[in-house]
Design a protein around this ligand. Structure first.
Ligand code: ATP
Ligand code: MG
Length: 273
């Protein structure tokens, strides 16, 4: 397979939302942005997904789809026993309230299943109400209280982990429990990723089908459980991995590692396409 057979696929009704990333990836991977599927694609946006062959995705559709919905992530993590805060899928609000009443010593939150930037998440107790159109099943998760809320992230391209950053609100006294970049949290470089965190991050990406392509993993350090995974992220269709880190060397490393992983796959497929 050659240069002409690979592309950054970005078109259709949601293409506008991925244009900047598509241009960036085109530079980084040295492949053109295409409006129709190439033989092998970094798929960002396209309306007729069934027209893209199963082996024509760098990041597999299944992984992209799972990462976009916290209900699916919870199912995968449960099946693969990925270390994560206890997460229950509840058929309705009454059963979520019952679970909380059964275990009052813990704190709980509801996660909006397709949220980004923590939009919709809320701390939950037996009296908390939710909008009637809240998507089912309800994602009820143990809330890990931390003296200063923070969340760690690592990245993986082509099966290799790199980067270890922490996200915190700049105000050390902030009690906002949702440490999202979109809510003003900032990234800091933390150096080497601890071995135990790599192990659980590997489990998380394997369980969601993203280990061999590209993904990031968000982790918390739970005082009682150690490293636990909150979720995984990746590029395409619904979302993309945040590259606005304020850490230039890591932003550059993401580009280099992605290019390596992408071209490694292109070369491996060369004989089979
Ligand atoms: N169970 C939990 N215990 C403690 N803090 C949590 C928990 N779940 C989420 N958080 C906090 O809320 C933040 C956002 O949660 P999460 O990543 O699940 O939502 P999101 O909408 O996907 O946000 P983002 O776009 O930042 O990924 C986390 O980074 C973390 O700071
Ligand atoms: Mg997220």
């Amino acid at each position: 397979m050659s240069f002409e057979d690979a592309g950054i696929l970005c078109s259709g009704s949601s293409g506008w939302g991925f244009e900047a990333l598509a241009e960036h990836l085109a530079q980084v991977l040295s492949v053109p942005v295409v409006h129709h599927p190439a033989k092998f694609n970094y798929v960002l946006a396209y309306d007729e997904l069934d027209k893209i062959g199963e082996n024509a995705w760098f990041i597999p559709y299944e992984g992209i789809h799972i990462a976009s919905d916290k209900r699916q992530v919870a199912r995968r993590f449960h099946t693969a026993k990925v270390s994560s805060p206890q997460t229950l899928l509840c058929a309705d609000i009454e059963s979520a309230q019952q679970k909380v009443l059964q275990d009052p010593s813990r704190r709980w939150c509801l996660k909006y299943p397709t949220s980004t930037g923590a939009t919709g998440h809320r701390l939950f107790n037996a009296g908390t109400n939710i909008p009637t159109d809240w998507p089912l099943p309800i994602v009820l998760q143990e809330f890990i209280a931390l003296a200063r809320p923070e969340v760690y992230r690592t990245y993986c391209a082509g099966g290799e982990f790199f980067g270890w950053v922490v996200r915190r609100h700049p105000d050390v006294n902030s009690k906002d429990p949702w440490v999202a970049h979109a809510r003003g949290a900032q990234y800091c470089d933390c150096g080497d990723i601890p071995k135990k965190a790599v192990n659980v991050a590997t489990d998380a990406l394997r369980a969601t089908g993203l280990l061999q392509s590209f993904g990031c993993v968000d982790l918390l350090f739970s005082p009682s459980q150690g490293w636990v995974v909150l979720e995984v992220g990746t590029d395409g269709i619904f979302n993309h991995v945040d590259r606005d880190l304020g850490i230039p060397h890591l932003e550059h490393e993401i580009d280099l590692r992605l290019a390596d992983a992408f071209w490694h796959r292109v070369r491996a497929l060369g004989t089979t396409l």
